[in-house]
Design a protein around this ligand. Structure first.
Ligand code: CP3
Length: 342
């Protein structure tokens, strides 16, 4: 059965479309009062992520309430370390925290990997099945994973960090062990994405949120080979690669031939088109802080962004929407994009 609003899929297939589709990273979350209501009734974020019917409900909220052109499954990238044997917590107002972090060969040895690890995440696949039922065939459903380096950085660092210097130090001090761990993470990501595809996702996005902390040579050695393996293993659905801040590695990322390349606001649409991806489908890249400004300013930025990409464009922010963003401005953004015509 076809999807009623297939604008996202037609854009990815490089068909001629009437306007760019729009969805927002972190669209399911604290910007919505309906999300906060469900979240408040629970012990915490992890209970929401691990309760399939509730995860499905909040996944569909932005489709019902905001009218976005795609749903993204409500979950977190950190479920993969957990499935490999390294559980996380989410500390209110602080973010992710790992009671145990990786520092030795024996710990890496003991981690589960591949299907054995991915099969433990039944709550995610169940949430996808529930979501498909709630969504009907309204819009495509996006599944996602963290990229190997971004997951590695949490497993070493144990929490968010401005520098991720523990994780980066490991690349310099223990390159062989780093490769062994990245390999195990990669095998798990592939098994996990395959199970998500079997559960009905139409597109997958790989989030390399901390790519921008590296440089070209580290990215070439510790990221690109693993992203290539993921890219080549996923052939059933389109793949979006979002390496935040990694414009130094843009050519290498383009050479992976992702179906879509995600970009943040530090690379302008015009520069991306002229220097790199002339005909690639691009996703992005409005600065989420634009949404704190006046609606007239948002309108102008929407028009400029769409014009600068000049087609083959999925409208999104350059990173997740911040939780305290005025909801009316989010709605205004979506309306502006959806009333645009090429
Ligand atoms: O995009 C979506 O709407 C789908 C849901 C989603 C979440 N996390 C929900 C979430 C996705 C795609 C993620 C991915 C994720 N998680 C990334 C990659 C994307 C990015 O932002 O770069 C990263 C780095 C994480 C790790 C993570 N999880 C952090 C840093 C935090 C705390 C940040 C915060 O806002 O408090 C989380 C928790 C988290 N994941 C929340 C949500 C809605 C907030 C939890 C809550 O209090 O409700």
């Amino acid at each position: 059965m076809g999807i009623e609003n297939d604008l996202l899929l037609r854009t990815i297939a490089k068909e001629k479309v009437e306007r760019p589709p729009i969805w927002l990273m972190r669209q399911a979350g604290r910007i919505l009062p309906e999300y906060r209501a469900i979240r408040q009734s629970l012990s915490g974020f992890i209970e929401l992520v691990t309760t399939p019917h509730l995860a499905a409900e909040v996944t569909v909220q932005p489709v019902d309430i905001l009218g976005v052109d795609a749903a993204i499954i409500f979950s977190d990238i950190l479920v993969i370390p957990e499935a490999m044997g390294l559980p996380y917590e989410l500390i209110e107002k602080k973010g992710p925290y790992f009671p145990e972090t990786i520092s030795s060969a024996s710990q890496i040895e003991n981690l589960l990997q591949g299907e054995k690890a991915a099969e433990r995440l039944t709550y995610v696949y169940d949430a996808l099945t529930h979501t498909k039922r709630l969504l009907g065939n309204r819009v495509p459903l996006i599944g996602f994973s963290g990229a190997p380096w971004t997951l590695f950085s949490y497993m070493l660092e144990g929490q968010g960090s401005k520098t991720f210097s523990k994780a980066k130090a490991f690349l310099y001090k223990e390159p062989k062990l780093a490769h062994i761990l990245l390999d195990k993470i990669t095998e798990t990501i592939i098994a996990y994405l395959r199970l998500k595809i079997q559960s009905g996702v139409d597109v997958v996005q790989v989030f390399d949120s901390w790519a921008g902390l590296l440089n070209e040579s580290l990215y070439k050695e510790f990221c690109i080979p693993y992203l290539r393996r993921i890219r080549e293993s996923i052939t059933d659905v389109p793949v979006i690669i979002f390496s935040k801040g990694a414009y130094f590695a843009m050519e290498d990322i383009i050479n992976l031939s992702p179906d879509v390349i995600g970009i943040d606001w530090t690379l302008s649409a015009a520069a991306f088109r002229s220097d790199h991806g002339h005909d690639m489908v691009a996703q992005g890249n409005l600065d989420p802080c634009v949404l704190y400004g006046h609606p007239e300013h948002i309108t102008r930025q929407v028009t400029d962004t769409i014009n600068d990409f000049g087609g083959r464009h999925i409208f999104n922010l350059g990173h997740g929407v911040y939780p305290d963003t005025p909801l009316d401005n989010v709605k205004h953004l979506i309306n502006q994009v959806q009333s645009y015509r090429y």
